[in-house]
Structure formats: structure tokens, C-alpha cells
Design a protein around this ligand. Structure first.
Ligand code: TPP
Ligand code: MG
Length: 729
């Protein structure tokens, strides 16, 4: 027999015969009404688990990871407020159900079954995933990536305090809210989780408010691998900045009592706490997992004998809150109701087409207060001596700095976070003076952990800020990229656009720093960003474009809730000259504040019809150097700056090469997985114009004299262009 059936039969038999597991007497402030409500939540959670298996067998349900054994978390929900944002472990159906009981107008069984059935009417994901989550209950949906929700829970908790100091227009969390995030005992070991605990401790150690309740549901195992006995307590009971609470999750009275203490600590002290709940896991990890294949049968049966619902029946009876016969009736009625609702739910529509699935990749626009921009006085005060310098052409890093200043003046909800962005003003000085201009609340010097930086940004965005996190170098995105790829980018998708985390992530990157730094400071691969659905990847080639594009990026984040990555070519930050020393050919005046470059608009320099060079970033700079040489050689060229690497501005590019006899793609990213692959495909599919490409090698970048050896050069571009033109004659 299926172990879910065994557990079910055990429950019926043991309650009927009064054979209930022993344990401590009910103690603490849980009232009779609340206790029965918590029990009801557990019964519904259990019934849903059984139903999900039945639906899967019938081909009507598609995912069966369950919550059985973890029903005690309903008592944690009861200790919290429904406005306390909760990032939940996948075993927390009972939490969500208990929370629904705190909010009027909820139809939680119906809603959750819609999710099991992948119905397009599922109120959280619109049928995209069987996932816990609810906008009305302040439960953002989670991906199934272990621990990846912890960094943003830290960010959201930080954002509660931050919003008290600077009110964001789209604030979501009440000032006295706390954040809760739960996870399993095995997940607690994940480096992402460890980073979040450390960041929470690091923050509270400095007395910075961080009202966050970590809830570790310790069932002693992760799929088939046991957690060493005592490991969670040993690991977490003495962490600096993190107060430890523990309780027996099989006892709803104890769980409610300790969870209430922990919650009060977090809410009143605005400090993080770690609540360690002992639970059990009934019927294996998920549907197809049979625990008796890796655990002794006696051990599995011993756990089953500790069924928390059986414990609750005993506790409720001892507390005089509910007779066992009534508990049994609730259990049976709940099962019957779930079967009835499920019969109805499977008739509801499901997603069918690609368009339906993809409808939530791009988040909805939101209404923002109009702004006229900062006053002349505010600008004069902020810019000070820089005002005078604005009359002269400047290098890119300076123009980015000014654009950031104007954006922060105009939008008080813009905040920046990163390693060394504040006091130092960034490794390359791009954020210099912003700390003095806007203070440490808006220029956050973070600890050294990219996952925490991005988690902070995601969490702050969920409370209405427009974060502009910085990753110091492109190569250091990779140890944290799941925060963008798995978390930020998927949130609108899995929440049907109800939760978003708009941001403009600035990353300094690409190659060509003269002899400095080698690969890690000159990473020239953007493949990992280009294939993320919905993500906008921008890359300016000069300071004026950078300023105008940044304004558009902030607008896209603020008004359209988009996830934007702004890739800044480090080698072009200080670039002054184009063709000859001191020609100042790469400096630009600061564009007037209302000038922007809209998403998808490419730059076209020249109007030559012999050759269109299509490129971006450093490639654009190098191509502009070859333009004159090509003209001298009789080739009339135009140079197209893509500016927007993803999504590919296809129509604008096709338009920009119109009338050219040849197209040369110059791509400083790698041959494999580089931008040129997409451009080759585009021009093959959409034009009849012969085209060729010059790209970087499939190599890492060396330091020293060979720093540029693996990437396109001005000479190389010239030679490739002449080759291509030769083929024309
Ligand atoms: C990053 C990542 N690695 C691996 C997995 C696969 N996986 C899913 S659940 C799980 C075990 C989690 O155990 P625990 O945290 O104790 O939670 P429990 O299932 O016991 O409640 C694993 C390895 C995953 N989802 N994410
Ligand atoms: Mg576990």
C-alpha cells in the first residue's frame, strides 16, 4: 500500500480507538478556538496532499511534493500577522491555509487545488506551477531552488526599516511588519542560505533594523541524506546577531508559544531570529520517492506513529478544546470537501499556447507619480562644482555619475547597493560623491557577497524601492547569477505579474583594460544574461549614450517594473580620444536631462552604403577608429551601435543596415554563445545582404601585453571589412 494510505488508515484507526501518541500536556497561550483552527489547517493540508496524489494518478495533477508531517507550521502562521511577508518552504501548505483563515474572503482549498491542477485560474501562478503563494496573503511564490529565497527575505526585512526612513511610492509592507522565511534542515547548509544567515547577523550585529524570522523545519533528512543529529542546534544556537528559539513542531501549543515569543522578539527588537522546529516527514520526499528504499522500514513506521495530526487530536482533547470524535469528523469532512472541490477544479481551463504561458514574463506597468525632475536649486546643491564642468565634454564614468545623481535627485526611491559603491565611490569612481550627496541609506556599502547584494535589491524592490545594485566586475556575477536568473526574472512569471522586482543592475565589465587585470576583471561573456526571458541588457559605448540609456533603464524599472542589466564597458570609462592623442574624440557633453534613448533604439553613425558594421561597446569604439581608414580605402561605411543586447532590437537593426551592400558584425564577446551568433541568425533570416563576423576567441583574457590578443582589434576589423568588400568585387 502507498504510505500516504497507510498514514491515513493509521489516523482513522488510532483516533477511533483512542490510541494517541504520548507527549507533553498542552501549554501556553493558544486559545481553544485558535487551536481548533490550527488543527483544521493541518487537516486541510493533509487532505490536499492526498488529493494531489490522486490527481496525479488520474492525469489531472502534475506535482505532488507535500506537507505531511509539517502541519505544525500552521501554528507559526497563527503567531504572525497576515501582512508579515512570508517566503515559504514548499512544505508549508498548512502555513498558507492558516494564514488564509486570518484574512476575510479567502477560498483557500479551491485556490490551492487550482494550482495543483495547473489551471489558468490558479490565483497565484496562473497555472504555471504548483506553488505556494498568494498576493492577498503576502506570500510571494518561490522557485524550487533550495534556499534561493533567503537572500531576498533578508532584503525585504531590510526594506521595512529603509521605508521608514525614505518612503517609497509603492511601499507594500507596513512599518511594523516582519518578514518570515522558512526552509528545510538540509537547505540550511546551502551556501546561499549560509550567506543569508551571515548577512542577517552582520546587519543586526551593527544594530541595523532587520525584522526577519528564519524558520528551519527540521525533519532530519533531505531527500535521502540525513542531517547529523543535533547539527541544526549546534550550527545556529550561538550565531552572532541571530537569536535562537526551538520547539517541537509536533506540538501545536508549544509551537505557537515559542513562535509567538520569537515573533515578538523580531517585531519589537527589529532583529533577526532563528526558529528551529522539529518536524517529521511523512511518505518520503515527493510522490515518486519511496522512503523504504533508503531507510529501514521500522524507522519509517516509527515516524508515521508520530503523526502530528494524531498529536494534535490528543492535545486538543487534553486542553478541552475538541473531543477526538469531533476531530475525526473534521478530518473526514475536510477530506470529503477536498474531493468535491477537486472534481470541480479539474474542469477549469488550463494554459495551452506559448502565448498564454509567456503572458507573464514581462511584468505589468504601474502608475507612478509624474515628476518634473529636480529643481535648479536642488541640482546646484547636489552637483556643486560639477555644474561648471558640465559645460565641457567629459569621459564616460563622469557622465554616468552625473546621470545617477540626477536620477537619484528625481526619484527618492532609487537606492544603490554594492561593494564599495558608497564611501569609496566605486572601484572606478563611477559612484563618487553620491554617498555625500544622498547619504548611507541610499548608497549602501554592502558586505562582500554578491548573492546578498542581489537579494537586497530584490527584497527592496518588493517594498517599492527602485534598486540599482552594482556587481563590481562581470566575472563576479556568476557566483550569484541565480538571484537574477532563477529569482528576479521568474518572479513575475510565477506570480502572474502580481509580484515584481524591478531593478537596474549595473555591472562593470568587458575587456580591453590596457594590460590590467586578466580574465576576472575583463570578463567578455554575456551569454548568461542574454538568454534570460524578460531581462533587458543594455550596453553603452560612450558617455552621452550611457546617460541617456540609464534614464531609460530607470524608467523601465520604475514604470514598467522591468529587470534591467546595465553593462558598463570598463575600458571606455576613462576614454578621451578616438583617432589621435588629445583629440578628445570620445568625450561627450552631458546630455540635457530630458534626453533619453528609448529601449530598442540603435545608434547609426554615417550613411555609407558599401558596408554596415554592426557592433556595440568597445567594438563600436574600435569600429569608429577604422571608419576613416576604410574611407581612405574607398569603402563607404556606416557604424551601427546596437546599444541594447537583449532583447535583440531586431526591427531597428534590420532598418539600420538597409541599403548597405555588406554587413560586418564586430563582437567583443566570445565566438561561442556571443552576441554575434544572434546577429548572424538575424541577418540570415531577415536580409539578403552578405554578412560576416569578427568575434573574440573562445578564450579567457590574459593580463599583460597580450591583454587584447584574443579580441577584435581596429586592424582586425579593417582587414575583415576589406576581405568582405573584396568578396563583393
Ligand atoms: C539548489 C538546489 N539543489 C538541489 C535541489 C533538489 N532538492 C529538492 S528538495 C531537496 C532536499 C531538501 O531537504 P530539506 O531542506 O531538509 O527539506 P525537506 O524536503 O526535508 O523538507 C533537494 C536536494 C534543489 N531543489 N535546489
Ligand atoms: Mg529535511
Amino acid at each position: 500500500m502507498d504510505r500516504a494510505d497507510i498514514v491515513h488508515q493509521n489516523f482513522l484507526r488510532r483516533v477511533a480507538s483512542g490510541d494517541l501518541p504520548q507527549g507533553a500536556a498542552p501549554m501556553g497561550p493558544l486559545s481553544a478556538t485558535e487551536a481548533v483552527s490550527v488543527f483544521r489547517s493541518g487537516c486541510l493540508s493533509r487532505a490536499l496532499d492526498r488529493q494531489s496524489r490522486a490527481m496525479q494518478k488520474a492525469g489531472q495533477g502534475f506535482y505532488t511534493i507535500g506537507s505531511s508531517g509539517h502541519e505544525g507550521v500552521a501554528a507559526v502562521a497563527a503567531a504572525l500577522r497576515p501582512t508579515d511577508m512570508a517566503f515559504l518552504h514548499y512544505r508549508d501548505a498548512a502555513f498558507q491555509i492558516a494564514r488564509a483563515a486570518q484574512v476575510p474572503g479567502q477560498s483557500i482549498a479551491w485556490d490551492m487545488l487550482l494550482s495543483f491542477a495547473s489551471s489558468s485560474e490558479d490565483p497565484i501562478s496562473g497555472g504555471r506551477h504548483k506553488v505556494l503563494g498568494s498576493k492577498a496573503l503576502s506570500i510571494p511564490p518561490q522557485t524550487s531552488t533550495i534556499a534561493s529565497h533567503l537572500p531576498k527575505a533578508v532584503g525585504a526585512a531590510y526594506a521595512i526599516g529603509a521605508a521608514r526612513r525614505h518612503r517609497p511610492e509603492h511601499q507594500d509592507l507596513p512599518d511594523d511588519a516582519i518578514v518570515c522565511c522558512s526552509f528545510g534542515d538540509a537547505s540550511a547548509n546551502h551556501s546561499t542560505a549560509q550567506g543569508a544567515f551571515n548577512t542577517a547577523g552582520w546587519t543586526s550585529y551593527q544594530s541595523i533594523p532587520l525584522p526577519l524570522l528564519f524558520v528551519c523545519e527540521d525533519n532530519g533528512i533531505g531527500i535521502s541524506t540525513k542531517t547529523p543529529k543535533g547539527w541544526i542546534a549546534a550550527n545556529f544556537s550561538t550565531r552572532p546577531g541571530l537569536k535562537y528559539f526551538s520547539c517541537n513542531g509536533l506540538d501545536i501549543y508549544e509551537t505557537f508559544r515559542v513562535a509567538s515569543e520569537a515573533t515578538a522578539y523580531v517585531r519589537n527588537r527589529r532583529k533577526p531570529a532563528f526558529l528551529h522546529i522539529g518536524t517529521i516527514r511523512l511518505y518520503g520526499h515527493a510522490g515518486a520517492d519511496v522512503p523504504t528504499t533508503y531507510l529501514p522500514r521500522e524507522e519509517v513506521e516509527a515516524e508515521e506513529a508520530m503523526d502530528p495530526l494524531l498529536h494534535s487530536v490528543r492535545l486538543l482533547s487534553e486542553a478541552g478544546a475538541l473531543e477526538p470524535a469531533d476531530a475525526l469528523a473534521i478530518y473526514n469532512q475536510t477530506n470529503a470537501r477536498v474531493v468535491r472541490v477537486a472534481d470541480e477544479v479539474i474542469t477549469r481551463p488550463r494554459l495551452k499556447t506559448a502565448a498564454e504561458v509567456m503572458a507573464a514574463i514581462i511584468p505589468p506597468k504601474r502608475v507612478c507619480k509624474p515628476t518634473n525632475g529636480p529643481s535648479a536649486e536642488a541640482r546646484a546643491a547636489a552637483f556643486g562644482g560639477d555644474m561648471k564642468a558640465m559645460e565641457e565634454p567629459q569621459i564616460m564614468s563622469r557622465l554616468i555619475n552625473w546621470a545617477l545623481t540626477d536620477l537619484m535627485l528625481e526619484h527618492p526611491e532609487v537606492v544603490m547597493m554594492g561593494e564599495d559603491v558608497g564611501r569609496k565611490g566605486g572601484v572606478y569612481g563611477v559612484t563618487q560623491k553620491l554617498h555625500a550627496r544622498f547619504g548611507p541609506d541610499r548608497m549602501i556599502d554592502t558586505l562582500l557577497d554578491e548573492q546578498s547584494i542581489l537579494g537586497l535589491a530584490i527584497g527592496m524592490a518588493q517594498n517599492g524601492f527602485v534598486p540599482m545594485p552594482e556587481i563590481q566586475f562581470l566575472a563576479y556575477l556568476h557566483n550569484a547569477e541565480d538571484q537574477i536568473r532563477g529569482e528576479a526574472a521568474t518572479l513575475p512569471f510565477f506570480s502572474n505579474g502580481q509580484y515584481t522586482n524591478p531593478m537596474v543592475l549595473r555591472i562593470a565589465g568587458l575587456g580591453y583594460q590596457k594590460g590590467f587585470g586578466g580574465h576576472f576583471h575583463n570578463d567578455n561573456s554575456v551569454a548568461v544574461l542574454r538568454d534570460i526571458p524578460g531581462l533587458i541588457l543594455a550596453c553603452p559605448s560612450n558617455g552621452a549614450d550611457a546617460a541617456k540609456m540609464l534614464r531609460e533603464c530607470v524608467r523601465l524599472a520604475r514604470e514598467e517594473q522591468r529587470l534591467v542589466v546595465f553593462l558598463e564597458p570598463i575600458a571606455l570609462y576613462p576614454m578621451r580620444d578616438l583617432l589621435a592623442e588629445k583629440d578628445g574624440g570620445w568625450m561627450r557633453p552631458y546630455p540635457a536631462r530630458n534626453e533619453t534613448i528609448p529601449l530598442g533604439e540603435v545608434g547609426v553613425h554615417g550613411s555609407g552604403t558599401d558596408l554596415a558594421i554592426v557592433t556595440f561597446g568597445n567594438g563600436y569604439y574600435l569600429s569608429r577608429q577604422t571608419e576613416k581608414r576604410l574611407a581612405d580605402a574607398g569603402v563607404k561605411a556606416r557604424v551601427v551601435d546596437m546599444r541594447w543586447l537583449s532583447p535583440l532590437p531586431t526591427e531597428a537593426l534590420v532598418e539600420a543596415v538597409k541599403g548597405a551592400e555588406r554587413i560586418l558584425i564586430v563582437d567583443e564577446t566570445r565566438h561561442s554563445g556571443g552576441v554575434a551568433e544572434a546577429l548572424m541568425a538575424l541577418f540570415t533570416e531577415r536580409t539578403n545582404v552578405p554578412h560576416a563576423r569578427i568575434t573574440a576567441e573562445d578564450s579567457f583574457i590574459a593580463t599583460g601585453p597580450a591583454y587584447a590578443a584574443t579580441m577584435p582589434s581596429a586592424d582586425g576589423i579593417f582587414a575583415a571589412a576589406m576581405d568582405l568588400m573584396g568578396a563583393a568585387q
